[in-house]
Design a protein around this ligand. Sequence first.
Ligand code: MG
Length: 252
Amino acid sequence: MKLIRFIHKGREAYGYLKEDRVEFLQGGIATGFKPTGDGAALGEVKLLSPVMPSKAVCVGQNYLDHIKEMGNEIPTEPVIFLKPPTSVIGPGDVIVRPAISDRVDYEGELAVVIGKQARHLTQENALGCVLGYTCANDVTARDIQQRDGQWTRGKGFDTFLPLGPCIETEIDPSALAIRTTLNGKIVQDSCTDQLLFKIPMLLSFITAAMTLNPGDVVLTGTSSGVGPMVAGDVVAVEIEGIGRLENRVEDM
Ligand code: MG
């Protein structure tokens, strides 16, 4: 099922896609969903980020080609960091380049959406807490990330976490084509089978430290080909079987 969150006639709700229609649902990620029997054409709704996470836990350095591209050592365990909930935007929303950065990069990533509260997961039971998967762009002010030596500010600006367009709840994430385009040109082209640390390992590693709540997202890292965006650019992250997350870039 492709779950979406949207605004229809001024009202915010969840639904699922059925071809070019949206079937409305009541409820939420924590409580579960029930069909309302109502629906609308997809063109009549404005898509929102499919989740509003309490936190986004991100994994750096998780594709070998990207580690080489950045000139870094291969890590022996995952490197994780957080993006704040205020950085989340939805499909079609604008990524705002802050005036204090000269270099803002795209990073196309597969995001895991948590469905059930989870702590101390094992690799064997980890996938039981997963609701589904969506596309993410881990937008990064590269100059600020490098200047600060840690990543909170460079990755935490408002609008720096586009998510969407939907949560696909019935997909095996282990070998999906993942591609980023900038103004229609392919700039990242990889497959999720290139992940150095796989999703069950990441969920086990993260929940050894912190509880994941329903609606939280885990970004699994980016492949090679990261690069800058400027005002007027259109960036899209596409993952096989999930969909296409497109955003425009503007200066502050
Ligand atoms: Mg990243």
